[in-house]
Write a protein that binds this ligand. Structure first.
Ligand code: MIC
Ligand code: SF4
Length: 650
């Protein structure tokens, strides 16, 4: 078990209950929360359903950054609801245009040593300043705002020892891509990553934040850096020096596993289609033609990133056949590059300047052409996430992206023959919180009228888990099913507060023309009096924190998921909405069950106990039957929530 680590120190300071043994359920106090609009509307509706008058955290912020397309009234309906509920409940409101939640939180609110729970899987970005920042479903964040503890497994700590310095052209993105090549996106549930060693001091806070941000792709609970002199300098430059405190691992700290990365040995890397862990070196990919390049997202859109981009573009033109776009991460970044002329250099080079929002990262516009190679500085390249079926999306550093923009092909930026323009981090940032509305007094808050336009529904509530699950397999899927497969975003994102509408596209990517959709099959199973079952393989539910990947299947009558392994946030969301997450005791049993088969689980209430196996029976269409053993990692509290039909029934 890890000892003397930053992880352990923060947990010790926030621990409320449970044994501090890896894998055991514990609960911790949450100091800060953040939400974004695509998950936040549901989270605040849930908070309202809990009857909470005012948030009980030290600080809660509601950001609007995801649903910015405003094609139809739905998005602004959400924004107006969010602004009014923030005023009513004592929450800061970061207005549309102010920037991506993780970037703005790092700039304006994050505090070393504090806990942050966010309804977005990239909340660990703030681990870059030594916060314990964890992504969760909206309901868990609503519970934290209500002052309730956050439940998680006591983590194993993977220590990553950084030595040496990055060479010119190699960046933080290459470090996290290297980490993904070592750890992959699966098998890391229940772990936290902590960076240490002499190489840490060479990395600025925005660089650290790129690494902790994309640590989400490892499937770990969070990633953290110590809080040191670089952290202090960053917070001082943000006018927040008073928020700094030192936080470092003890000299004799012990980790459950140690990975060593020599920064000077790294080379430019890329995540190839269509998984963030499909890593190759840029040199190995070869100089294939590139049609689209986008710089942005919460991973790589800091002032330091964009200044490098501007310096590379200055007095140069982008290649003739590429479309090159830039989305600054925050209004602070946009204003600073606009004031110092860097924006003009980008525009002169031919860049298309996008809004400071998630935008293309979540498939809100900028879909590439068929068969086009698109290079993005983002964190996810799951199949179809760009909005184009069969997309060829690669994830790269800003330097590699610029090299492609200038040459029109995939090229190691070191081969450009340009002198590397080193960019130092800002010694002071432009501070203007004019787009952040602070909470009002309790008296004022009581007078606020909540704006509820017609597209804002109520959070659906499940029914109790039946004593006998008389299940039918509605879908059987393979490995690494992401929440983007389960609940597509992009053009459907606008239905996040309208569950009946959004439920129509569950598993849309597996729809076949002329055949009933998943939603139609699930409803048919439900209407026949049976219970819907989903079968998955390894690492089911990777990716985002969107609880809609649990709510919408639940709305369609799904009661059980059986998989070989389930990712942390999704498993918690299933529990919160009363879907039973089970694991094959023998993973070979995955092959024994097919779509359309029956799965019966009797006497659920006596079978479901902490650490106890669950017996089930599969029945094939030809009448053949087989008994299988299932298991789970549920705590006693999880079990009582599931039996009740989810948290909103407790
Ligand atoms: C994402 O990057 O997939 C998202 C969109 O930010 C999600 C949240 C959501 O689906 O609203 C996430 O990462 O949790
Ligand atoms: Fe937004 Fe993309 Fe970051 Fe998710 S990963 S928060 S969609 S920028």
């Amino acid at each position: 078990m890890a000892k003397g680590t930053v992880v352990q120190k923060i947990i010790d300071a926030h621990h409320l209950s449970g044994d501090k043994i890896p894998g055991q359920p514990i609960s911790v106090k949450i100091d800060q929360t953040l939400t974004q609009d695509a998950t936040g509307t549901m989270a605040y509706l849930e908070l309202e359903a809990m009857g909470i008058r005012r948030v009980r955290t030290e600080l809660s912020v509601s950001y609007v950054d995801h649903n910015m397309m405003q094609n139809g009234p739905e998005n602004q309906n959400d924004h107006l609801y969010l602004q009014s509920i923030a005023a009513a409940k004592g929450i800061y409101f970061s207005r549309p245009g102010n920037g991506i939640c993780h970037q703005v939180h790092l700039e304006r609110f994050g505090i070393p040593g504090k806990t942050l729970l966010g309804s977005d899987s990239h909340t660990p970005t703030n681990g870059g300043i030594g916060m314990m920042a964890i992504g969760a479903g909206g309901l868990d964040v609503a519970l934290a705002m209500a002052g309730k503890p956050f439940r998680m497994a006591y983590p194993k700590v993977i220590g990553v020892k950084l030595t040496g310095h990055l060479k010119p052209w190699i960046s933080a993105k290459d470090i996290i891509l290297k980490m993904l090549s070592v750890l992959s996106t699966k098998g890391n549930v229940g772990c936290m990553v902590e960076y240490f060693g002499p190489g840490v001091a060479s990395l600025s806070v925005p660089e650290r934040a790129t690494i902790t941000n994309m640590g989400a792709e490892l499937g770990v609970t969070t990633s953290l850096f110590p809080s040191d002199e670089r952290t202090k300098a960053f917070l001082e430059a943000q006018g927040r020096g008073a928020s700094w405190s030192e936080l470092k691992a003890d000299d004799d700290a012990e980790y459950d596993r140690v990975i060593e990365i020599d920064l000077k040995k790294l080379v430019p890397m890329a995540a190839c289609p269509s998984s963030p862990d499909n890593i190759k070196t840029v040199a190995d990919i070869g100089d294939i033609p590139v049609q689209q390049i986008i710089i942005g997202s919460c991973t790589n859109s800091s002032y330091q990133d964009l200044m490098l981009v501007a310096k590379l573009l200055k007095n140069r033109k982008i290649a003739k056949h590429v479309s090159f776009s830039i989305a600054p991460g925050s209004r602070q970044v946009l204003q600073m590059i606009s004031d110092n002329g860097a924006l003009a250099d980008m525009i002169a080079a031919g860049a298309r300047i996008l809004e400071t929002s998630c935008g293309a990262c979540i498939g809100q516009g900028m879909s590439p052409a068929n068969d086009a190679v698109t290079l993005r500085t983002f964190n996810r390249n799951f199949a179809g996430r760009t909005g184009t079926k069969g997309d060829m999306a690669y994830l790269v550093s800003p330097a590699t992206a610029c090299a492609a923009a200038l040459t029109g092909k995939f090229i190691d930026p070191r081969a450009l023959g340009i002198k590397f323009p080193k960019v130092n981090e800002a010694s002071s940032f432009l501070i203007d919180d004019g787009m952040i509305i602070p909470p009002v007094s309790e008296e004022e808050a009581a007078k606020v009228e909540i704006v509820r336009k017609p597209t804002i529904g109520k959070p659906p509530v499940n029914t109790k888990l039946p004593e006998t699950v008389n299940g039918e397999v509605v879908i059987k899927v393979g490995d690494k099913i992401t929440t983007d497969h389960i609940m597509p975003a992009g053009i459907h994102l606008k239905h996040r507060s309208n569950i009946p509408e959004y439920s129509k596209v569950v598993f849309e990517c597996f729809s076949e023309q002329g055949k009933p959709t998943f939603a139609q099959r699930a409803v048919a199973v439900r209407d026949s009096g049976k219970h819907g079952v989903i079968i998955g393989r390894e690492s089911y539910g990777q990716g985002s924190s969107r609880e809609h990947a649990a709510i919408c299947p639940m709305y369609l009558g799904i009661k059980v998921l059986v998989a070989v392994s389930i990712e942390r946030i999704h498993a918690a969301n299933l529990v919160n909405f009363g879907i039973l997450p089970l694991i094959f005791a023998n993973s070979a049993d995955y092959d024994q069950i097919a779509q359309g088969d029956s799965l019966k689980i009797c006497e659920i209430r006596s079978q479901l106990g902490v650490g106890k196996p669950v017996k089930a029976e599969i029945a094939k269409a030809n009448g053949e039957k087989k008994s299988i053993e299932l298991k789970h990692n549920l705590s006693a509290e999880d079990i009582s929530i599931i039996l009740a039909g989810g948290c909103l029934n407790c």
